[in-house]
Design a protein around this ligand. Structure first.
Ligand code: AMP
Ligand code: MG
Length: 513
């Protein structure tokens, strides 16, 4: 790997703390602190992403690169750094947070000039670790590696994963916060993104009234990642806010399309570029349930439940609007933009549902059709992914119960089957109003509805296997997630087996990672 080509424009431009002291503290007025990763003497590679490494221009992996992948013995050109950000967590202002277990190496440029940031997750404590150890365990690291790659292949904007390595060190974690701490294997994921900037970075500078740095940060963001923005002056910042809002709404619609629940949509976990970032207690949907949250910490209020993600992203954008206000100074504009957000989101959302059903465009009456569909899904506990696979090949001549028994998480009685028949009839009536052929309609469904999604129970099984030293499931999952619109392994495209209904780490997860 050509790590000598990694550059660090962020620390060349912005105010930082260069003390290399990782003692936990507030670091006012700066956007980062340089630090030394913990260093691990006995690392072991589990996965390296050759395709991604070629794409971003970091080159081929050789045995000697293993140290770099866990942040040990860094080359001269890399002054590792952790960034400072703030955020609203579960609806409350949390003040300074920052990269507590993420450390940045810098940025690599490929042959076509595309820049990619490289970051270790789990490589040691930083000034922002807030009484935690800066380490990550294999369980959560494997989940992040596989899910971020799965999202990429689903076509959802996301950070990506370059490698997963064991550190050779054990870490103590109380997985369900129930006074039952255990030793687990420590691991480091190297992850990549065009940028890891979050809403929280802008919130931090604004809250500290560091408006000059705030402006420089927004200018930097626009110049590098929002090249479509051309005006100067306050209009530039208005365009920026509108663009971030649009990207955020588009991302939420994509999460709804594939059935992804993030689990911790705090503003520090909101990417300014509209990427899925910080994979923690996330889950793909099994049964369709708007109230579903995988995050045990969020169970009381279900603030970040599946169906609330559109609304919550708008709330998060309000916080960003407040942070950017000193640059924009136009309350009416900010309010109007936020109000328009809901309309834009729902329009995109409904158009996405149209594609899932194979409709070429939204017609009058479709909203009601979608509401009925949601009611049916929710009431009969139908599997989100499998439902769309099934309606594509649905056959009125074959016994309904046979076609739907493997899709529902409850027993379907005659009454239920009657409701399904009525729905399918209304669906077929609606399909006749299409302006595209049946072939085109099916083709639209095939590219919109994944056949394979990385369900939590599959991740759970894979982690169990890896812990006992086997990698067969891992390789199967890697292959399946790279081809989500095909059914390569029919045994993986089935509903969650009932034995996983109540296993922590499978159906529910905590933030402990
Ligand atoms: P999250 O909810 O995972 O986004 O984390 C919220 C904050 O806690 C972030 O600033 C993280 O960097 C920090 N954090 C979480 N886990 C750890 C850990 N094991 N060590 C250090 N900081 C952590
Ligand atoms: Mg986070």
């Amino acid at each position: 790997m050509n790590t000598q080509n990694i550059k660090q424009p962020f620390i060349d431009i912005f105010p930082g703390d260069f003390s290399r002291n990782n003692r936990q503290r507030n670091t006012p007025k700066v956007l980062f602190s340089t630090i030394d990763p913990a260093g691990f003497t006995n690392p072991e590679l589990i996965i390296f992403n050759d395709e991604l490494s070629a794409e971003i221009g970091i080159g081929k992996f050789e045995e000697k690169d293993l140290n770099f992948l866990v942040g040990t013995d860094l080359p001269e050109n890399i002054k590792a750094y952790a960034t400072a950000y703030a955020g609203h967590q579960f609806g409350n202002w949390a003040g300074q947070l920052g990269d507590g277990r993420a450390i940045l190496a810098g940025e690599i440029t490929n042959d076509s000039g595309r820049k990619t940031e490289i970051q270790w997750k789990g490589a040691g404590a930083t000034p922002y670790s807030r009484h935690a150890d800066g380490r990550a365990v294999l369980r959560s690291s494997l989940r992040e590696y596989l899910m971020s790659e799965a999202m990429y292949y689903l076509g959802v904007p996301t950070t990506r994963a370059l490698s997963l390595s064991l550190t050779g060190e054990n870490v103590v974690r109380d997985m369900m916060y129930n006074g039952n701490p255990q030793e687990e294997k420590g691991a480091v994921v190297v992850r990549t993104a065009e940028s890891f900037l979050r809403f929280g970075h802008y919130e931090l500078m604004s809250a500290q009234r560091e408006y000059k740095t705030l402006q420089e940060l927004v200018d930097f963001t626009i110049e590098n990642y929002f090249t479509e923005i051309s005006p100067e002056g306050p209009q530039k910042y208005k365009d920026f806010f509108e663009n971030v809002s649009k990207r955020t709404a588009d991302l939420m619609v994509e999460w709804f399309r594939v059935g992804f629940v993030h689990g911790v949509m705090n503003t520090d976990n909101m990417s300014i570029l509209g990427l899925t970032i910080d994979y923690g207690p996330f889950s793909m949907l099994d049964e369709y349930d708007l109230n579903f949250t995988p995050n045990t910490t969020d169970l009381p209020g279900r603030r970040y439940a599946f169906g609330k993600q559109g609304q919550i992203s708008q709330w998060n954008l309000w916080q960003l609007a407040n942070a950017l206000h000193p640059l924009i100074q136009d309350e009416k504009f900010l309010e109007d933009t936020l109000n328009k957000y809901g309309d834009y989101f729902w329009k995109q959302h409904d158009q996405m549902l149209c594609r899932k059903f194979g409709f070429d465009k939204l017609l009058e009456g479709d909203e009601e059709f979608f509401t009925n569909w949601q009611g049916l899904m929710q009431e009969l506990q139908l599997d989100y992914t499998l439902f769309f696979t099934q309606i594509e090949k649905f056959d009125m001549e074959t016994d309904l119960s046979k076609q739907f028994e493997n899709i529902s998480y409850i027993f379907l009685n005659n009454d239920d089957l009657g409701k399904i028949t009525d729905f399918i009839k209304s669906y077929h009536t609606r399909l006749k109003k299409n302006n595209i052929s049946e072939t085109e309609s099916v083709a639209l469904m095939k590219i919109t509805n994944p056949k394979f999604t990385l369900r939590n129970y599959l991740l759970y099984e894979c982690i169990e296997e890896i812990n006992s030293g086997k990698t067969e499931k891992l390789n199967i999952l890697l292959n399946a997630l790279q081809n989500p619109y095909e059914e390569i392994y029919s045994e993986l495209s089935v509903k969650r087996p009932s034995k996983y209904n109540d296993i922590s780490g499978s159906s529910t997860l905590s933030c402990s990672s």
